[in-house]
Design a protein around this ligand. Structure first.
Ligand SMILES: C[S@@+](CC[C@H](N)C(=O)[O-])C[C@H]1O[C@@H](n2cnc3c(N)ncnc32)[C@H](O)[C@@H]1O
Length: 229
């Protein structure tokens, strides 16, 4: 599939603090310390890099600027010195143009090289991208519908939709149950949110969850392990 970004720029804007924000959800894509936030919430929340193993597959809801992917690939390349490939599948309703992604991630020099490698393909509209050590797929559309098309099982999930207050669709029970079904036994999940709805839906889907310290101003976040899938 080839993406067309022509009219996809109106759903985001730069706020007064030069942070990328969604017009519809009025929410930011990541905090000022985005890379440290991604490290704390999604990597450490899923015990990455300690859990990495051959054939590791990450699933993500909400690709946004791809920051989580770029950090995960950086850690994978540091962990794995051979040609082993990290698989990464991300679900996104509104893929961002490369120029927006580039501007949003400019302040993170540690991922600049990977970002440019990736954008060479992304800017051609490619949704399946192979780089050295990476096999990536973007599944475009509403995750509630596209998750049905996904028939593989992942080692862990990054749940990175906008806040459940404004974007409850990304956290609803039916979708979360489908995620559990698409998780390997003992697989994990992590999210910045500790909302009751998120905790309940994850528990009911078979994840044993743990509320741990959140990043920055966020008191708590949630991580879980599939124990009843
Ligand atoms: C908080 S942002 C993701 C941040 C991202 N991980 C990053 O590194 O920039 C949430 C993303 O979820 C996407 N999204 C919201 N609702 C969705 C849905 N129903 N299906 C798929 N993607 C959705 C938004 O378009 C947005 O890109």
């Amino acid at each position: 599939m080839i993406m067309n970004f022509n009219d996809s720029y109106s759903h985001v804007f730069w706020d007064d603090n030069e942070q990328l924000r969604s017009t519809k959800f009025q929410d930011i894509f990541f905090s000022k310390n985005g890379i440290e936030e991604a490290r704390h919430v999604f990597m450490e929340g899923n015990s990455i890099p300690w859990n990495f193993k051959s054939g590791f597959h990450i699933g993500e809801l909400g690709f946004g600027t791809g920051l989580n992917l770029f950090l995960a690939l950086k850690l994978w390349r540091e962990w794995n010195t051979s040609q082993e490939v990290l698989r990464f599948t991300s679900f996104e309703i509104n893929p961002l143009p490369g120029k927006v992604i580039r501007k949003a991630l400019l302040k993170f020099p540690e991922i600049k090289h990977i970002l440019e490698e990736f954008l060479l393909h992304w800017e051609k509209g490619e949704t399946k991208i192979k780089l050295s050590n990476l096999d990536f797929e973007l599944i475009v559309g509403d995750a509630r519908e596209t998750i049905i098309l996904f028939n593989q099982k992942v080692d862990c999930w990054f749940l990175d939709g906008f806040s459940p207050k404004t974007n409850p669709e990304m956290w609803e029970g039916k979708l979360v149950r489908r995620l559990a079904d698409r998780t390997k036994p003992g697989g994990t999940v992590a999210t910045f949110s500790s909302a009751g709805m998120v905790q309940n839906n994850l528990s009911q889907a078979g994840f044993t969850i743990e509320r741990i310290q959140g990043f920055g101003k966020k008191k708590h976040m949630v991580r879980g392990k599939l124990t009843n899938g």
